[in-house]
Write a protein that binds this ligand. Structure first.
Ligand SMILES: [Zn+2]
Length: 168
């Protein structure tokens, strides 16, 4: 299992399986920075309140549509195993948070004195590991590795210059 996540309350869990991909502390700092950013930005709270709004909103809409949303949800769910509430509707929101966490994470990592250029190599290794398994971007809450790497490369120089290591 190669994963890391931020628990409500701000504790961060890293699976040892992920260490095979991070390989070094620079890459691990990018992962930690990303998860810390979720905690700092209170994304889990945002996500929860968004989910509640979404549920109430779609329930009201479905009354007018005579249950069409729920029927579609069940049909797609039984055919593909995916829940459209989590995929189609939740995702644009999830991806925005992921991109935000990537950007803030780079800053935290750079401030802490790590070499953030490793972030690109980290996501290349991740893509290599997930080869053939990577779902199309619209199916995933995470940006595709290609978009992610493109973003990181775009931010790299600016972050290195604007957020140099803090000397303790
Ligand atoms: Zn994330």
């Amino acid at each position: 299992m190669a994963n890391a996540w931020c628990m409500p309350g701000g504790k961060i869990a890293v699976y040892t399986g992920l260490l095979k991909i991070t390989k070094n502390t620079n890459a691990l700092s990018v992962v930690m920075g990303h998860e810390i950013a979720h905690a700092v930005a209170k994304h889990s709270v945002e996500r929860m309140s968004h989910a509640i709004t979404l549920n109430v909103g779609t329930q009201i809409a479905d009354v007018f549509l005579g249950g069409a949303i729920n029927r579609t949800r069940q049909t797609i769910g039984s055919n593909t195993g995916f829940d459209i509430f989590k995929l189609g509707i939740m995702n644009p929101f999830g991806r925005k948070q992921e991109t935000e966490a990537d950007y803030m994470g780079l800053i935290f990592s750079s401030l802490s004195g790590y070499d953030i250029r490793e972030s690109v190599k980290l996501w290349e290794r991740m893509a290599e590991k997930n080869k053939g398994k990577e779902p199309p971007q619209f199916l995933s809450t995470h940006p595709s590795s290609k978009n992610r790497i493109k973003n990181l490369q775009g931010w790299m120089d600016e972050v290195i210059i604007k957020y140099p290591p803090i000397k303790a």
